[in-house]
Design a protein around this ligand. Structure first.
Ligand code: SAH
Length: 207
């Protein structure tokens, strides 16, 4: 059975994740608390696992690569689209001030809230809403991470992120390009971090 430490060793050995603070945040969160009881023995397998409503908790390496690309600061206010299990938000919460995590499936919003509470995490608020519209109430954000495949980075999210802020989004149909976009005064500076596979974003600016 693969353990938390096995994953850390693999990331360090292959220089996939080198940020010490991020590795510490990963260590501090038990993935067991965010998965269904039937999968406990696979908590640290490096692959996605089913949660409910046909959705998945992302693969640990994907979660870590995305969070690393967010360049989080202790003072950051972060918007996450797709709370799912709450696991991604839990790790992010250790590296920033506050996370607003939006989930369109009510049952999953409740699942994420319950898991975060059980993990003792207090600086994540889970909101049941269509995150393809962002979350106007708490804007502007320093960073935004979208954890579902989108046709394009939704316009409301671009508006709700500060200048110099970062948006991370898997964009495309089938396989997605992981786009790291930095907002400038005139638009977005985009970088492609490689190919990934995500469940589709629903809602107004989704598929
Ligand atoms: N970050 C999650 C995994 C996300 S899977 C984790 O750590 O477990 C993608 C999630 O996005 C699913 O839970 C899905 O229901 C949600 N989703 C899809 N479209 C959405 C939308 N428009 N707004 C908010 N959540 C959405």
């Amino acid at each position: 059975m693969q353990t938390k430490q096995d994953l850390i060793n693999y990331w360090q050995k292959d220089c996939i994740i080198t940020d010490k603070k991020l590795l510490k945040a990963f260590s501090a969160v038990d993935r067991e608390k965010f998965i269904l009881p039937g999968y406990l023995s696979e908590a640290y397998g490096d692959y996605p696992l089913p949660i409910s409503a046909g959705q998945t908790i992302s693969q640990p390496t994907t979660v870590m690569l995305m969070i690393q690309a967010l360049e989080l600061k202790k003072t950051d206010k972060v918007l996450e689209i797709g709370a799912g299990s709450g696991y991604n938000a839990a790790i992010i919460s250790k590296l920033c001030k506050k996370v607003y995590s939006i989930e369109i499936v009510e049952e999953l919003a409740e699942f994420a809230r319950k898991n975060l509470k059980n993990a003792g995490i207090k600086n994540v608020e889970v909101i049941h809403a269509d995150g393809s519209l962002g979350y106007e109430n708490e804007a502007p954000y320093d960073k935004c991470i979208i954890t579902a495949a989108c046709p394009e980075i939704p316009e409301p999210i671009i508006e709700q992120v500060k200048i110099d802020g970062i948006i991370l989004a898997p964009v495309g149909i089938g396989y997605q390009k992981m786009i790291k976009a930095r907002k400038t005064k005139t638009g977005l500076d985009r970088e492609n971090l490689g190919e990934f596979a995500f469940v589709p974003l629903k809602g107004k600016s989704g598929f």
